[in-house]
Each structure stands twice: as C-alpha cells, then as structure tokens.
Design a protein around this ligand. Structure first.
Ligand code: SAM
Length: 506
C-alpha cells in the first residue's frame, strides 16, 4: 500500500504553542529513547534495526498511549482516529501537515506524514527528530527528490567525531532533519543550521521546536552561502557526498557538483568561516583514480587551506559495491530501472577512470598562524568511540612530532601514553623475543612493531628524564654504540609520538 503523500508538511506553519503541547504529550507518555527501548524490548528493537516491523507492531498493540504513539510516529501504522484524538490534537497536527485523517475499513484512521522519533540531547534532556518517513524496500515507493533523511549510521559517525567542549558559535551545513544542530545546541551559545532543501529547513525547525531548543537560526541555501562572512568556532557537516552521474537526483545525498567536489569545496572554503583555532569536521567520500594517490589528493584539500588537519579513510568500496549500496538506499533494487541505472553508473565511473570510492572523515583546525600539520591515513579497524574527546590530541601529537628536530627530541622529556601495553612473542625459553609490539588499549587502538631500543624507552619514559641520557643507558645495557643509538632513535620515536604512543611532557 502506498502511504498518503506528505508534501504539505513543508508548506504549512507549525505554531510554537502546538510544538510545546506536543512535546509535553510525548514526554508525559514516556516517548523518549529509554521509554521506547523499554516498551519495545530487545528483540523487537533489534528487528526494527533490521527494518523488520512485525515484532514492534506486535509489541505495541492495544490502546495504551505509548504503544499508540510508537505505531503512529515511528512504525507509521494507522491508528484509530478515536484513540488518536484521545491523546493528540489531531486537527491541529493535520492542519500543520504532520498527520492526515483517512477513511479506513473499520472507520476513520490517523496516519503520520512524518517520522517523529525520540532523541536524547547531550545534556540528557529529551529531544525529538522529525524527518521524512523511511521508504522501505518492497513498499513500491522511492524517495521524493527532496526527501529529508532521518538519523542513521552516518549522522552518528559525525556526532561521535565532533570535538568536545563548549563553543561560542557553531554551524551545521546540510542540517537535514536537524540532528547535528540538536547535538550542537547543548554546547554552543549560538547554532546556525543551513540546508539547500527548503523542506529540510522546515523539518529541522520542527525538530528543534519539539526538542525545546530555542534560538537556533535556520537558513536556506547552498554550502556556506547563507552565512556570508560569518565565522564559527565549530563547523560540522554530513554533506550530500554520494558520487553519481545523476547529480541532485536526491538532494539528501547528492549535490550538483561533480565527483567529490562538494567535499573538497566544504574544506576549501572552511578557513574563511572559522575563528582562529576553530574546527571544521565533515564526513566525506572521495574517488580513487588509477595513477592518482588518494592521500595526496585529499590531503591536498586540507594543506591547501593552511589549516592543520586529520584525514581518515575508514573504508573503500569498488564501483559495483558502491552503486549497489546507493541503489539499495533509494529502494531501487528490483525495480524495472535497476539494471539500466546500475549500468549507467558503472559507465560513468569507467569514463572518469574511478576505480574505487573511499569513505571517511576530515577534521581541520584553523591554525593558519602556526606551523600547520596534516595527517592522512587509513584506519579500518574498530576504534574507541566517541573520537571527539581525544581527536585534538591526535592532531597535536602529529604537530608536535613534526616540529621536533633530532636535537630537540634528545633533550625533550617524553612519557609513555597511559593506555599503552607491550606484547612480546617468540619461542618459549628463547633469550630474545621474535617480535615486540606496543599496543594502545584505547583511543585509535594502534599497534606498532618496535625494536629493542624503543621497547626499552617505553619501559623507562615517564617524563622525568630527557631522552638523550636514557638512550645512553639503554645503549650500554644492550651493548650498542651510544652515538649510533642517538643517531638512529629520533626517527622511530618521532613516529611513535605522532601516533600517540608517547607524549612530550616538556
Ligand atoms: C546526508 S544529509 C545530512 C543530514 C543531517 N545533517 C545528518 O547528519 O544526518 C545531507 C544534507 O545536505 C543537504 N544539501 C544538499 N545539497 C546541499 C548544498 N549544496 N548545500 C547545503 N546543503 C545541501 C541535503 O538537503 C541534506 O539535508
């Protein structure tokens, strides 16, 4: 069954009084993250995460308030109009384009025209996110071109990446349903959220109003254009990064710029909108071309700004995997157009010489006045989440390491990072290990194979003595020439500092 069209929601007003009343009703019924989790139970919640609604529908039967709200706003199942009217201002919500009343076989029913899900603000207060309902595979529908996507894996990846701490002004570019703006609201004095899609601006406004977030400014327009010459301490964006031949077919994931230009532009223009020391953090896709080094190309976007930065590739897909992923995302799998679109997309990649597509994140800090450093790397293993609290240390570690000359390093006081352990492997009883590795138990969970000298340094470096004299003692203990050890050690130690195994204490 095709559900009623929900175009009106972007055209009608959502009065402030109605937002306050609806927020009160939802909180009163415990339509919150924990209330919904408890009401559904683990099995139904897991099924829902797999896009299977039946266990959740079974768990929310009857006429009890929370069950009715869940069926209406989350599962998008019609509920009897009489029951709906007993808990919600149905006519006002219909006037605002959020629900519609239809004639069903057993009498009038109320359908939701949006997905309205509970959310938790960073300060623990309940919030709500309003988006277009997800088009489910097999429903026979595809998203509207101006579909406003709800929260998902990418939004939570970005929110976990955002650096910690309070800021004065924050900007969310491509706000969609407003989820990042909600994150920023508890830590920024002022939040500005922009989107090219007027429908997204409208739904983000409803999310903010229902979440009791006052004063965030919403603007419609492309990239940084709506904020002119304004500067921010924090800019975040989960942009429309999908690389496709049909640009702008779906605004929620595709821009009208070719290839990966939308991500490059967000980075390129960031310094003009950042305060000194301000951060810009975005998710991105980038192309891999034959004979082209992705690290140089994407790293070049950041070095071109003069800012310090950290570019991380978390995954790479081949063209076919990528096309399948995004055709599934728009529910086109199994449609008559599927094969033609798949083929045309691969043609485009072939024409452009695109051999793979990288997915990852880019963080840059406006250090233009200093000696900016850019670190580019691939990290495909599981790392500690959220990354935001320790992200500045990663950038600072790389910056410190790059600045230290050999002489400065030998006179520096260096300490082993607190979460590092040593692992030795070798034949039992053998006098020396075959392999020594240092392993970070938290953070980026890096592993580094080290030699005897670095392992010995790891054992003694607590920041109280400079590196040079420590190396002299180690050289004597292992029977090596101290001059040669002093010459050799700085390079390896510099890498270990830049990767966060050691910190410069002073
Ligand atoms: C992937 S969604 C991100 C939604 C939300 N911020 C999140 O983290 O889940 C990308 C958003 O960018 C918007 N968008 C597309 N082109 C844009 C442009 N040129 N300038 C600004 N926003 C744009 C889309 O309308 C969409 O809301």
């Amino acid at each position: 069954m095709l559900l009623p069209d929900n175009g009106r929601v972007s055209e009608t007003k959502f009065p402030r009084g109605l937002a306050e009343r609806l927020r009160g009703i939802l909180i009163d019924a415990d339509y919150t993250v924990s209330g919904v989790r408890d009401r559904l139970g683990d099995a139904a919640a897991r099924a829902l995460a797999r896009e299977e609604l039946v266990p959740a529908l079974r768990a929310t039967g009857g006429e009890e308030r929370l069950g009715l709200l869940l069926r209406l706003w989350w599962l998008r199942s019609p509920i009897p109009a009489r029951a709906a009217r007993s808990i919600l201002p149905v006519d006002e919500l219909a006037e605002a384009g959020l629900v519609t009343v239809e004639e069903g076989p057993g009498g009038p029913v109320v359908y939701s025209l949006v997905h309205l899900g509970p959310w938790e603000l960073e300060d623990g207060r309940p919030g709500f996110v309003v988006s277009d309902p997800k088009v489910r595979p097999g429903s026979g529908g595809v998203p509207r071109p101006d579909h406003v996507v709800g929260t998902g894996g990418a939004s939570s990846t970005l929110s976990q990446l955002i650096v910690d701490g309070p800021v004065d002004r924050a900007l969310d570019v491509g706000t969609g349903c407003g989820v990042q703006a909600l994150h920023l609201a508890s830590r920024a004095r002022e939040v500005v959220a922009t989107d090219l899609n007027p429908r997204a601006v409208r739904l983000a406004g409803i999310s903010l109003a229902l979440s009791g977030v006052d004063g965030a400014r919403l603007e419609q327009g492309s990239l940084y254009e709506p904020v002119g010459g304004e500067r921010f301490d924090l800019i975040v964006s989960n942009p429309p990064f999908v690389i496709t031949p049909d640009s702008s077919r779906y605004t929620y994931r595709e821009s009208d710029l070719p290839g990966d230009t939308v991500c490059a532009e967000l980075v390129r223009q960031a310094p003009a909108h950042l305060t000194e020391g301000g951060w810009c953090q975005i998710l991105a896709n980038w192309v891999h071309r034959d004979g082209d080094d992705w690290e140089d190309r994407v790293g070049g976007w950041v070095t071109g700004t003069g800012c310090s930065g950290w570019v991380v590739q978390r995954d790479v897909q081949d063209p076919a995997e990528y096309v399948e992923l995004w055709l599934r995302d728009s529910c086109e799998h199994g449609t008559p157009e599927y094969t033609r679109r798949y083929d045309a997309w691969l043609d485009y990649f072939e024409r452009e010489g695109i051999k793979g597509i990288g997915f990852g994140w880019i963080s840059l800090r406006n250090d233009v006045a200093q000696d900016a450093t850019v670190r580019v790397e691939e990290l495909r293993h599981e790392i500690e989440q959220p990354v935001g609290p320790y992200l500045p240390d990663v950038v600072d570690g790389a910056m410190t390491a790059l600045r230290l000359t050999d002489a400065a390093l030998l006179s520096a006081h260096v300490a082993l990072a607190p979460d590092v352990v040593e692992e030795r492997t070798g034949r039992p009883g053998a006098p020396d290990p075959e392999k020594i590795v240092l392993r970070q138990r938290g953070g980026l969970r890096r592993v580094a194979r080290v030699g005897t000298v670095e392992a010995a340094l790891a054992g003694v470096c607590d920041g109280t003595m400079p590196v040079g004299p420590l190396l002299d003692v180690i050289a004597e203990l292992i029977g090596e020439d101290p001059v040669a050890v002093r010459e050799r050690a700085p390079e390896a130690l510099r890498t270990l500092i830049s990767e966060g195994f050691f910190r410069v204490a002073r």
